[in-house]
Design a protein around this ligand. Structure first.
Ligand code: SAH
Length: 397
């Protein structure tokens, strides 16, 4: 018998709207003895069957829905989801000439806790939920049925696994160990990805669309690319004809790859057209301000500053601080391309933060364009939390 959970009266509303999470406080009773990650049936208080979900005994999110249909959660289930996900992305893979893209965006692809990026013939998995961990072997089998040529590597070295009672883990799940450099292409730009040592699964695919849009602001301009990682926006700036690009990051391996990326694209980086600067952006911006150094374009793509509701205020202040400083060192008429990947900070709030930054910087600032995560990081209508990355192009007078 499949174990079952019965919800508190009235706590079935979100599931009826196809949101995939069941919180511990919404559960009235558990029948059977479900183990970590095991599939359970979810019932409303009145006994109506609602969903198949993965049980997570230690997490506040006590169960995550696999399916709102009565079906087995087996290899065939995962094959169907993976095929669907691939199909949903085929047009943008073609349009943007992608050899690297997000194949599975967890809840947004109806596979809670499972993120999979495809870099050439390497599939890189990040498994964040008990259900994902429990089904790891069948997931690997399903991936191999869909992509028989692929090697599979796990990068589940993320702290949030603790909430699900899971240890961090990395390693080969199938095939070869990834080489230090797997070169992918997006919009005609080549990017070297270090799957084993890079951040997250190796590369920030989610900024692809914004990187492309940034190109129209950079021709003949002096560009400061803050939080550059392996070059990202800086590479597009070089492609877009920027006069000079300074890439700033605290990670030396990322900067080394950024330089290598400029080389494999055969961009002209002689005469210091591209600079790779190991610097703390918070300090660097102040130094530039104090020295009176000015730029035409500044890209501001920091890591996530808001990790929980408790640090929303301090995170918002972090965004305000760096954006204020960026505004202060932009030439009149300059462009600020600014982003927030903090899901807990709404686009509205981010807009207010930029407005506050403008006030404190003493500059008049106009929003001219809005950005979102790239199209392979799609958003399910039932799961608005899937929208996390937003940005603005601002003109600063
Ligand atoms: N824009 C990049 C992604 C940026 S990810 C792209 O398009 O690919 C955020 C980066 O910020 C990481 O590379 C991290 O090393 C860097 N970082 C974090 N804190 C920093 C700080 N205080 N100063 C400079 N870089 C920082």
């Amino acid at each position: 018998m499949t174990p079952a959970i019965y919800l508190v009266k009235g706590r079935d509303k979100s599931l009826r709207r196809k949101h995939p999470w069941v919180f511990s406080r919404g559960i009235q009773r558990v029948e059977g003895d479900p183990q970590s990650g095991e599939t359970v049936d979810v019932y409303a208080n009145d006994g109506k069957w609602l969903a198949k979900a993965a049980y997570s005994p230690t997490s506040q999110i006590r169960a995550r829905v696999w399916s709102f249909e009565k079906r087995d959660i087996d290899k065939a289930f995962f094959v169907e989801k993976i095929q669907q996900a691939q199909l949903l992305r085929e047009d943008i893979i073609e349009r943007d000439g992608l050899t690297g893209y997000r194949l599975i965006a967890a809840e947004s692809d109806s596979l809670p806790g499972i993120t999979i990026d495809k870099f050439q013939n390497y599939l890189v998995c990040q498994l964040l939920s008990a259900g994902a961990e429990h089904n790891k072997n069948v997931l690997v089998e399903a991936l191999l049925e869909c992509f028989p040529e692929c090697n599979i590597y796990e990068r589940s070295d993320v702290a949030v696994r603790k909430k699900e009672g899971l240890e961090q883990t990395v390693g080969v799940l199938h095939g070869d160990t990834p080489p230090e450099s797997v070169i992918i292409e997006e919009n005609g730009v080549k990017i070297s990805v270090d799957i084993i040592n890079g951040h997250k699964t190796g590369f920030y695919l989610d900024q692809r669309d914004s990187r492309k849009e940034s190109m129209k602001y950079v021709k003949d301009k002096d560009v400061l690319n803050c939080f550059s990682y392996t070059g990202g926006f800086g590479l597009y700036a070089l492609k877009g004809g920027a006069k000079r690009v300074i890439n700033a990051d605290v990670s030396q391996p990322a900067l080394d790859t950024a330089k290598y990326n400029a080389e494999i694209n055969e961009f002209d980086i002689s005469k210091k057209r591209a600079v790779f600067l190991n610097a703390d952006v918070f300090k660097l911006l102040r130094e530039y301000r104090d020295q009176g150094t000015k730029f035409d374009v500044i890209v501001m793509d920091p890591p996530k500053f808001v990790s929980s509701k408790n640090n929303l205020t301090s995170g918002a202040n972090g965004y305000k601080d760096i954006n204020m400083l960026a505004m202060q060192i932009l030439k009149p008429g300059g462009t600020l391309l600014t982003y927030s990947c903090s899901g807990l900070m709404s686009a509205d709030l981010f807009q207010k933060v930029i407005a506050d930054a403008a006030l404190d910087a003493g500059r008049s600032v106009k929003f001219v364009e809005r950005f979102e995560q790239a199209a392979d990081h799609l958003i399910d209508t039932a799961y608005p939390e899937g929208f996390y990355l937003k940005g603005f192009a601002c003109k600063v007078l």
